[in-house]
Design a protein around this ligand. Structure first.
Ligand code: FE2
Length: 268
């Protein structure tokens, strides 16, 4: 699976979230307007990238690696009893996940995606009962199939309290869920969305976390408010999880806490 963001996406996300104009950027980074134009037109321009990354508070070597095509997501082997579904959304895709307790066969869905048929097939194939649907946030691509999943499975839907949805219960920061042998803790990380929530999941061979659009392999979901505090929250609530924790993002490939701590351009 391709990375969600290119080096240009990363630079633009950091610039936009900090409210910096192109004029400011050119001045502060001490680059020329042609440098900026060439870079935006797809030329590599490593010196300009390095200067811009510094001004934007990004990790320069990671942005250059993204530009060179040498930034790779780690090879992540999903632990047993976890499935990833990637469903289409316009010309992009969105990921949602199914996690279950092998003893009780009780399952939890993380987000609802845009086509629940593969989820329904997996529930049948593995003889699972869907107990809960935990939403990372309420953006359209993550909740399109929510009503159909609830109707068909009678599972209880939960949405971050700051992003209410009809028919769903609210989730608070720090709230815990126990589903069979699975222990799930909700961590509120607003920024990409007002209630963006990360679910830390214990009880499988490897700790995992459903992170929605809070963090991606090599990037973050566009941060629309409180840029610095949002990055601090990601550091404190996500990148502080055990390094081997597998991160299950809403877009792009899976990754780990260790990999993002070492290479994510937003966390120098
Ligand atoms: Fe989103």
């Amino acid at each position: 699976m391709n990375l969600e963001d290119t080096h240009l996406d990363v630079l633009m996300k950091a610039q936009k979230a900090q409210g910096m104009t192109d004029r400011d950027l050119v001045k502060l980074a001490e680059i020329s307007v042609p440098d900026l134009n060439n870079l935006r037109a797809g030329r590599r321009e490593p010196t300009a990238i390095e200067k811009m990354a510094r001004v934007l508070g990004l990790r320069p070597d990671s942005v250059i690696a993204l530009a060179n095509g040498t930034w790779n997501a780690p090879a992540v082997a999903l632990p047993p009893n976890v499935l990833q579904f990637t469903t289409p959304f316009a010309d992009l895709t969105v990921n949602h996940y199914l996690v279950w307790d092998p003893k009780t066969r009780l399952a939890v869905a993380f987000d609802a995606g845009t086509n629940a048929d593969p989820l329904f097939a997996a529930l049948e194939r593995h003889k699972l009962t869907l107990a809960k649907i935990l939403l990372t946030h309420a953006h359209g691509d993550h909740v399109l199939e929510l009503d159909r999943i609830i109707e068909r499975t009678k599972a209880v839907g939960f949405t971050p309290e700051a992003e209410p949805l009809p028919g769903c219960k609210p989730v608070e920061d720090g709230q815990r869920f126990k589903v069979g042998g699975l222990h799930i803790t909700a961590h509120s990380v607003p920024g990409h969305s007002t209630g963006g929530t990360v679910y830390e999941i214990r009880g499988l061979e490897t700790p995992i976390a459903s992170v929605g659009d809070v963090i991606f392999a090599g990037s973050v979901g566009s941060i629309r408010s409180r840029y610095r505090p949002a990055l601090d929250d990601i550091r404190q609530k996500v990148l502080s999880l055990p390094p081997e924790t597998i991160l299950l993002p809403g877009h792009g490939p899976m990754t780990t806490v260790a990999h993002e701590l070492a290479h994510n351009p937003f966390f120098p």
